[in-house]
Design a protein around this ligand. Structure first.
Ligand code: CTP
Ligand code: MG
Length: 382
């Protein structure tokens, strides 16, 4: 079904507070009005007229950079004046379907558009509407508050769909001096048949500053939680201390390895790599490479964290378990948590370090080596 669209974007957005008019502000990186233009174009609009204020043309050109197939016209003092300017730009075209939409309602979808066009059918005007669910209060000039019935009340949204000939004639017949707040009202006054379709809370209008806070949250790309786990073991050998989770602890042995043998950091690095499917620590830092001989394992951890950050990922929490009979971990746990938090730019409460023995069983029980396991949770764009 062919249709054209008018996007009214000539308001000054007084209620949205200081700054750029709301329709040109960025919402998740895209100007508010651009969201609707892209939706109409994706739905196959034949023509899209964007109505802007006398000084809105530059902002529109910037906001619509890279898009084609739109036409700018200058609006008027009221929304109705702006709609009339848009209708005049479309010209005659009696049967052509036109959808009139507020630029300030960015979350327009293909489904909204298709449902409206279908609902227009044999009627003269169709619009999405939501039943009023809050209790309505009326306050008189004297301050007296009463409750108003809400049973038959609906909140009309946009886009609103019409046949071009019908809406143009209805506006021509509208008495000057009185401004309708939507386009359906104009067709109602002219005696037209109206269809209300199911409204959608997502079609809310950005009106007040707090609406932008909600819109940003809704526009934010979905994120998914991922988990990763890692495990590592190093053998004890001669020495006077061990590196664990980036902290040096005095001990009657050291851990033997190609790097500094920090099993805690190695298990944690593997867990982080695992969460993003990036192989393991050996893939990134081959033990055959002399560069990593005696290396400070914080380099490995920072590398894994950087790979997550490069995917716009965020670490939710990390949890490391050290498995040994000695040295005693507990006195150093807090220092380890703080060190890991520093290395990963986390709060200490996002970092857990635990320790356990294996009841003198197995290689850790016999004091031949020290094992570590780690689990992490991260969130990444879905
Ligand atoms: N609009 C318009 N021409 C006007 C007034 C409003 O094209 N003279 C458009 C707005 O740009 C908006 C839509 O009509 O996309 C709905 O109006 P509203 O939410 O009231 O926007 P503003 O008038 O800009 O805001 P405010 O009333 O807070 O000043
Ligand atoms: Mg207004």
């Amino acid at each position: 079904m062919t249709f054209s669209a008018i996007i009214v974007a000539a308001g000054s957005g007084e209620r949205a507070g200081a700054g750029e008019p709301k329709q040109w502000r960025a919402l998740a990186g895209r100007p508010v009005a651009r969201w609707s233009l892209e939706a109409f174009q994706a739905a196959g609009a034949r023509r899209v007229v964007v109505v802007v204020s006398a000084n809105g043309a530059d902002e529109a050109v910037r906001a619509f950079a890279g898009l084609s197939g739109w036409l700018l016209v200058q609006g008027g003092a009221t929304r109705a004046d702006s709609v009339k300017a848009g209708l005049a730009a479309l010209g005659p075209g009696a049967d052509e379907i036109v959808l009139i939409h507020d630029a300030a309602r960015p979350f327009l979808t293909n489904q909204h558009i298709l449902a409206l066009i279908a609902a227009l059918g044999g009627t003269d005007g169709a619009a999405p509407a939501l039943p009023v669910t809050d209790t309505l209060k009326a306050r008189s000039a004297s301050g007296a508050v009463t409750t108003a019935p809400r049973d038959s009340l609906w909140r009309a949204q946009t886009p609103q769909a019409f046949h071009l000939g019908v809406i143009s004639a209805a506006y021509d017949a509208w008495a000057p001096g009185e401004a309708p707040t939507d386009d359906l009202a104009v067709v109602e006054r002219a005696g037209g048949r109206i269809a209300l379709t199911r409204g959608d809370p997502m079609l809310f209008k950005l009106t007040y500053p707090e609406d932008f806070v909600m819109a940003e949250q809704l526009a934010r790309p979905q994120r998914v939680i991922r988990i990763g786990q890692g495990f590592d073991v190093h053998r004890f050998g001669e020495g006077d201390g061990v590196w664990l989770c980036g902290v040096k602890i005095a001990h009657n042995h050291s851990l033997i390895g190609h790097s500094d043998a920090d099993v805690g950091l190695h298990a944690l690095t593997d867990a982080l790599l695992g969460a993003i499917g990036e192989g393991d620590i050996g893939d990134h830092f081959p033990p055959t490479d002399p560069r990593w001989k005696g290396a400070d394992s914080t380099v490995f951890l920072r590398h894994a964290a950087a790979l997550i950050a490069a995917r716009d990922g965020v670490i939710n929490n990390v949890d490391v378990t050290l498995i040994c009979e000695a040295p005693k971990i507990k006195p150093h746990r807090q220092a380890m948590r703080e060190r890991l938090a520093e290395l990963l730019s986390l709060n200490v409460d996002q970092v857990s370090v635990k320790a356990t023995t294996t009841e003198q069983l197995g290689f850790t029980g016999r004091g031949e080596g020290l094992a570590a396991q780690a689990a992490v949770s991260i969130s990444v764009p879905g």
